[in-house]
Ligand binder design. Structure first.
Ligand SMILES: [Zn+2]
Length: 281
């Protein structure tokens, strides 16, 4: 039997949301919550809550409504809003802006809502035969009634790894980063490879060093637009830094006392670096 302290404690725990799928044939009940999405943005009220009571809103019959789970035991539905003018005190905000205003849980639910509506909007027709698809009744998928093709929401796993060498860590910057910002190494998992292989490959490709003792650290849903960041720590095992000059334009070792500008505090990249910092205190 596993003792309590060996049970994995997720760093990003969504405690109040039970993921689930409420059948599209189910009609939202009086106590239900709505998350309202319009063109990738989420409706918030003046206190930055993303949840609206079902009773507070008239939903035209043409708006797709899909259950995305339960929040504090209340069924929660996402509504794809066609662009109704926001009511006084409410406005649509992008996920990146939400990052600064809401807790990790609301952000996770908002990310799920945006990805589900994007899925519904882009899978209305079968990619194989072109027929109109329909939402499945038992899982979050779009089914083609003609050829049977099933489409699921796209999720792109990406690895992210902090490389350390005693009191220093290796950080790199992409040309896309804000000026002066460095972060840990990250990249998408390719078809046919394991997550572990992706860690070694990305490190080799982007900064050219060898690593060992790769350890799983935690994960974070990253809805920009549909990633799952899978975090690791690794020990430096040799080699000189050699950047690819494409995805990475600079990389260097940094001590705890001379860190560059870092990614935002809500990101798993920051959390990995912060863990390394805490060890030095
Ligand atoms: Zn088809």
């Amino acid at each position: 039997m596993r003792s309590e302290d060996t049970v994995f404690q997720p760093h990003y725990a969504v405690r109040s949301l039970q993921l689930g799928y409420l059948s599209p044939s189910r009609v939202p009940e009086a106590g239900a919550l709505l998350v309202i999405v319009h063109e990738g943005q989420v409706l918030v009220d003046d206190r930055h809550s993303i949840f609206f009571p079902f009773a507070s809103r008239q939903i035209p019959a043409t708006d797709p409504v899909v259950g995305i789970g339960w929040v504090d035991d209340r069924p929660c539905y996402v509504v794809a809003d066609p662009g109704t003018p926001a009511q006084p005190g409410t406005r649509f905000v992008g996920l990146r802006e939400l990052f600064n205003h809401v807790d990790e849980e609301s952000l996770g639910i908002a990310g799920r809502a945006v990805q589900v509506t994007e899925f519904l909007a882009t899978r209305r027709f079968c990619g194989r035969c072109g027929a109109a698809t329909a939402l499945a009744d038992h899982e979050l998928s779009m089914v083609c009634p003609v050829c049977g093709q099933i489409e699921y929401p796209r999720l792109s796993p990406a690895i992210i790894v902090l490389i350390r060498d005693n009191d220093r860590c290796l950080l790199a910057r992409s040309p896309r980063f804000p000026e002066g910002m460095y972060s840990v190494i990250a990249g998408f998992v390719e078809p046919g490879e394991t997550i572990e292989h992706a860690v070694h490959r990305e490190v080799q490709e982007e900064v050219g060093v060898r690593i060992r003792s790769v350890q799983y650290w935690g994960s974070q849903p990253w809805p920009f637009p549909n990633s799952l960041m899978i975090g690791f720590t690794a020990e430096y095992a040799g080699g000189q830094i050699a950047i690819d000059n494409r995805e990475i334009e600079a990389a260097a070792w940094f001590g705890r006392d001379r860190l560059p500008r870092l990614p935002g505090p809500t990101s798993i990249a920051y959390a990995l670096i912060n863990d390394f910092l805490k060890e030095g205190r």
